[in-house]
Ligand binder design. Sequence first.
Ligand SMILES: Nc1ccn([C@@H]2O[C@H](COP(=O)(O)OP(=O)(O)OP(=O)(O)O)[C@@H](O)[C@H]2O)c(=O)n1
Ligand SMILES: C[C@](O)(CO)[C@H](O)COP(=O)(O)O
Length: 231
Amino acid sequence: MSTAAIIPAAGFGVRLGGEAPKAFREVGGESLLVHAVRGLRAATAADLTCFVIAVPPGSEDVVLKLLEPYVGTATLQVVAGGTERTDSVRAALDLVPTEGIDCILVHDAARSFVPVAVIERVVAAVRSGAPAVVPVVPVTDTIKRVDPVGKVVDTPDRSALVAVQTPQGFEPSLLRRAHAAEGLGATDDAMLCERLGVTVQTVEGSEDAFKVTRPRDLILAESILAERRSS
Ligand SMILES: Nc1ccn([C@@H]2O[C@H](COP(=O)(O)OP(=O)(O)OP(=O)(O)O)[C@@H](O)[C@H]2O)c(=O)n1
Ligand SMILES: C[C@](O)(CO)[C@H](O)COP(=O)(O)O
């Protein structure tokens, strides 16, 4: 049995700004997408045999050529993404083989520097029987719920809150069932499983699995990469 990786990489990255879609922005001379693929490949215990990447429509051929040198013996397919992240994941999921895969990872191209240990923890938890697994880190700010006019409604107990990262790992038939249902408003794939009543398991994430979202995140990404290259 082996793992398939879906990488949603079709977002523009409005919050990051710039001329090119976010997944093509470079850190240390290589695109965020290449870093993400290389990171997943480094997780040897995950037994990754299949990559499906959702990209901005029109860039499929360019991305196929760009990534071929990085996937080793794994298969590589590239598909046009959709309007929302969920649409992009769904388009990619349609191309994942239905045989021989016991875990599907969904991993944001924008979380390009996730450590190998996190990826392997997620896959191990799925293989141990958890149908849906997400890596998480503690919340460090006090979080408040606010009403539409900005007034505080309440302050949830922070010890019960976590921030969720990717890769998220799924038992394949569950992920297919989850995406067959209405995806409106879902900001991650685990949420679609929760809507089916499935219990989602958490594992320890990492600060390095942060999502490149705003311009300053590129500086953090450069510094993580420089640290890794020098060690
Ligand atoms: N229609 C979309 C939107 C997002 N994504 C991907 O989902 C991941 C997480 O999304 P985010 O980082 O929020 O990216 P964007 O939606 O591009 O960012 P923004 O909201 O700033 O435009 C990214 O790898 C992004 O490329 C996608 O494949 N298809
Ligand atoms: C999937 C995700 O990265 C988990 O934190 C996140 O929900 C993506 O959300 P975004 O609004 O597309 O950044």
